[in-house]
Write a protein that binds this ligand. Structure first.
Ligand code: GRF
Length: 211
């Protein structure tokens, strides 16, 4: 069984949803660790109450960035982490961690990248920008993590029609429901089927269906 670390900074609904998918057998993995930069995040509380190991590592609390990277890498090794799923994680993943987990760090973004992504485009900022733009379709993107925010190879996208939405909050609600449907499915696909990354594209071999 693959051991995953979930990195999260806030509410943690995707974390809870992944945990539930594991309980229901939809996702054949174990969440071996939750990493957060924010000791006060609800996700930290939830994980602790479910007896999942939690480590709070905040890069801003380190005077030496190298030490932060070393501690993070040691923590991931200590818990035998094989894959990392970001779920509302607000910090950049250090290059050394990306090198240690090639094509094994995944993020979920609440819009259709490359639109509405990049630095500062997180949480409600994304849905506000989408709302203001007048776009009638937004969606969910699941992608590999590289050294730039929201720029890794795209694994999966699901469009969400928001023609009738009258506020960013309405958009957020619709998109989150779709995130919860697709994230466990796509992770399961990644863990159980061979894939190939060519530039920014990800191909699953032909026998496996699209997640
Ligand atoms: C989600 O919308 C996810 O796409 C984004 O951050 C949000 C996290 O929500 N990366 P939650 O903490 O999982 O509820």
């Amino acid at each position: 069984m693959t051991t995953i670390a979930v990195f999260a900074s806030g509410r943690g609904s995707n974390f809870m949803n992944l945990y539930q998918a594991i309980q229901e057998g939809q996702l054949t993995a174990t969440i071996g660790l939750v990493v957060s930069n924010n000791p006060g995040a609800p996700v930290v509380q939830t994980a602790r109450s479910w007896n999942i190991p939690v480590r709070v590592l905040s890069p801003t609390r380190y005077t030496d960035p190298q030490q932060y990277e070393t501690d993070l890498l040691h923590t991931l090794a200590e818990f035998h982490i094989e894959w990392i799923a970001l779920a509302g994680y607000m910090k950049k993943i250090p290059a050394s961690v990306i090198r240690q987990f090639p094509n094994r760090i995944v993020n979920i973004h609440p819009a259709l990248l490359p639109a509405f992504g990049g630095k500062g485009m997180y949480g409600m900022h994304v849905h506000e920008a989408v709302f203001q733009s007048g776009a009638q379709v937004t969606g969910v993107t699941i992608h590999f993590v590289n050294e730039e925010y929201d720029q890794g190879a795209i694994i999966f996208q699901e469009p969400v029609v928001i023609r009738e939405c009258r506020s960013p909050e309405e958009i957020a609600e619709k998109v989150l429901a779709v995130e919860h449907q697709v994230y466990p499915r796509v992770l399961q696909q990644l863990l159980t089927h061979p894939f190939e990354v060519v530039g920014k594209r990800v191909y699953f071999n032909q026998e496996s269906e699209t997640p």
